[in-house]
Design a protein around this ligand. Structure first.
Ligand code: 2P0
Length: 343
């Protein structure tokens, strides 16, 4: 199956009657057990399962309307049709047009601290799928929405949900068993701290980097075995609220992912000197008895994991840390002041 066939299979013969506009919010997410490598590039099918935490009210608020031409508006500004973001969004929308004339205006407000290396495509594609569901009144189940979001960007399938989320790798060729589901656990004291160490564009995108890793890293098979183990153990640690275990596993998983990149050919290294300096600072704090761990994605920035009771130490030890409380009750909308205050 290709992407179009998956979409047709899911939408089926639903009574399609677009309303004036579709609106939706989706949170960004950070993987604790990472997705790094695909078994199918067209359908974004992963080699392994992964586990993430959604960032509450940090994400993308999207509005989708039928219009006379395709337009993409991001944080109040029209994005050029040549821009890679616009092209990716329009290619995705191509999968859902009812006829050749159908055009869309896609308006997205994002309050994700993009400079901190939090993937914006995950929240963006998840919000777009939810907005399509609203526009066309498909009334799809979360599992189907998750599969559609995956076709836009792999990690977007996790951004359909809040809280802890597991993406099942699946094994079917058409990917119908590769979707995300929320875990029931709530961990109200858990905090995520975003540390922006560099806002420079990365030398290689994650899509190309993961492909190179799968093809050339001699560690890749070891990585897939480790992920299986880490995902299972992380679920236990979350269930038992064992923070030391949770932090140790998340940190180890992120470091192992970077080890597969280092052993790719040519190697991929996202770290900068400040990355290493910060890791040493985190480890020194732990030596002093402060419960703080980290995770990292395809970039040089660091995401701290800590509990509410440690917050004061975190704030005084890491200047400029952006604090996110994934389980604190808030209303699930984008705070426009945050959008305006983005760097
Ligand atoms: C993750 N990352 O699990 C991992 C960890 C980056 C490091 O998912 O090609 O934007 O659209 O499926 O989802 C980033 O990759 O890649 C990612 P595509 P995606 O969050």
């Amino acid at each position: 199956m290709n992407r179009q066939e998956v979409v047709t299979h899911i939408i089926g013969d639903r009574n399609i009657s677009p309303r004036d506009k579709g609106v939706a919010f989706a949170p960004s997410n950070i993987a604790l057990c990472k997705y790094w490598g695909k078994r199918d590039e067209e359908l974004n099918l992963p080699v392994t399962s992964s586990l993430s935490i959604s960032l509450k009210n940090y994400g993308a608020q999207t509005e989708l309307q039928l219009s006379d031409e395709d337009r993409v508006v991001l944080n109040g500004k029209r994005v050029s049709p040549d821009d890679s973001f616009t092209q990716r969004a329009i290619r995705f929308l191509d999968l859902f047009r009812l006829d050749e004339q159908m055009r869309f205006t896609l308006t997205t407000q994002s309050n994700i601290p993009i400079a901190a290396g939090v993937a914006s495509s995950a929240a963006g594609f998840a919000a777009l799928v939810l907005a399509l569901n609203d526009l066309f009144q498909w009334d799809l189940a979360s599992k189907e929405l998750s599969i559609l979001a995956r076709l836009g960007s792999g990690s977007a399938c996790r951004s359909i949900y809040s809280g802890f989320v597991q993406w099942h790798a699946g094994c079917a060729k058409d990917g119908m068993d590769s979707y995300a589901e929320p875990l029931e656990s709530v961990w109200s004291g858990l905090q995520v701290g975003l540390l922006t160490l560099s806002d420079r564009p990365k030398s290689i995108g994650s899509r190309a980097a993961m492909k190179r890793t799968v093809q050339t890293s001699v560690f890749y098979d070891i990585w897939t075995a480790k992920v299986k183990d880490d995902c299972a153990q992380l679920q236990n640690a979350i269930h038992q609220k064992d923070f030391e275990r949770f932090g140790t596993l998340s940190e180890s998983n992120a470091l192992a992912m970077h080890a597969t990149m280092l052993t790719a050919c040519p190697p991929v290294l996202y770290w900068i000197p400040q990355t290493l300096e910060t890791i040493h600072r985190i480890w020194a704090l732990r030596e002093q008895g402060v419960d703080v761990y980290f995770t990292m994605d395809a970039g040089p920035n660091i995401k701290l994991l800590y509990l509410k009771e440690t917050e004061q130490t975190i704030v005084s030890s890491f200047q400029g840390v952006q604090r996110i409380a994934p389980f604190t009750p808030t209303d699930n909308t984008v705070n426009i002041e945050d959008v305006e205050n983005l760097p």
